[in-house]
Design a protein around this ligand. Structure first.
Ligand code: PBG
Length: 323
């Protein structure tokens, strides 16, 4: 045998010579759930995650920064009494998100603040857009509200705005709205290829934001498709997105790869709540080794082509990488 590939695997040093993919805390964005209550509340289907109180959030962010995680994305659990059909609370400057952004900016000026734009946490219908009496999700009317939401978040200190709603034309509309208010430096991280996935279940438990009727298939993408993802990339790029996201991540590595190959923009991938819950559940039973399997899951997402990964494991992983 002239060729023995195992010679290139014979020691840690030799393996290190040709390792193609690496990752560190600089590649992670940490999603956090918050609520307007004095104590943290555990989320049953996401062991290790909680709806954080204002104090709990400050502690969690401080710990994440200490291990090198420099960006968080915030998701609010909103009181049912504040939910309306048009998600009015989404653009209330005294709402939970704007208040929290101001508090975080004040305390941690070096932290990069990412916010979610979509109506579902604020909507009495549990949809990302406004629901018409016949059940349709209204596109253009929704985009108008999303623009108010984004401007409100930018005013409160958001650095990166991440629309997860999947309405058509929202990237251009958000860019125009932000620019016309003077927020030319606020970035848009577009949830470009967001699939209508069953892996979002635990997230909807965490926020109590499941759709009250119907599903999200008229706006989120069909898991069977990839050409549709490319079309969304072309549109979001033309509309002014700064970064492109694929979501979920692990079951959609082929989509990440294809998106990586058709854009020069940074690509993000979201390891969603269901991916987290699956790994946690198996590890809690002792069926998988948590540290090894979590690292491998993130390495695979990077190898597929993601620059940055949104993951509920961010703080844990950064802690492991440090020790
Ligand atoms: C909704 C939104 C969802 C997630 C992020 N933003 C859920 C949904 O679309 O129903 C899911 C994230 C996760 O599952 O971790 N705008």
């Amino acid at each position: 045998m002239r060729s023995r590939p195992r010679r290139n695997r014979k020691s840690a040093v030799v393996r290190g010579f040709h390792r193609e993919t690496t990752f560190g805390p600089e590649h992670l964005i940490y999603p956090l759930f918050i609520h307007d209550q004095p104590t943290d509340q555990a989320i049953a289907s996401m062991p290790g995650c909680a709806r954080l109180s204002p104090d709990g959030l400050l502690r969690e962010v401080e710990a994440a920064l200490a291990v090198g995680v420099g960006a968080v994305v915030l998701f609010p659990a909103v009181d049912d009494a504040l939910k309306t059909p048009k998600g009015r609370q989404a653009h209330n400057p005294e709402g939970l998100i704007p208040r929290t952004l101001r508090a975080l900016k004040d305390r941690f000026p070096e932290l990069t603040l990412v916010t979610d734009v979509a109506l579902d946490p604020y909507s009495s219908d549990g949809h990302d857009g406004i629901v018409a009496p016949d059940g349709r999700i209204l596109n253009d009317e929704t985009v108008e509200v999303l623009c108010k939401q984004a401007v409100c978040q930018a005013q409160a200190g958001a650095d990166i705005i991440a629309p997860s709603d999947m309405m058509d034309g929202r990237i251009a509309a958000l860019r125009d709205a932000l620019d016309s208010e003077g927020f030319t430096e606020v970035s848009l991280l577009a949830y470009t290829a967001k699939y209508a996935s069953a892996f979002y279940g635990p997230f909807r438990d965490a926020l109590d934001s499941a759709p009250r009727g119907g599903d999200k298939k008229t706006y989120q993408m069909d898991p069977a498709n990839v050409r549709e993802a490319i079309r969304e990339v072309e549109l979001d790029e033309a509309e002014g997105a700064d970064m492109i996201m694929v979501k979920p991540a692990g079951p959609y590595l082929d989509v990440i790869r294809q998106v990586r190959e058709c854009t020069t923009l940074p690509v993000a991938a979201y390891q969603v709540s269901g991916e987290y819950a699956m790994l946690k559940a198996a590890c809690e039973r002792g069926w998988l080794d948590e540290k090894k399997v979590v690292m491998e899951s993130l390495l695979a997402i990077r190898r597929a082509g993601a620059d940055v990964i949104l993951t509920y494991f961010a703080r844990q992983v950064a802690t492991w990488l440090k020790t």
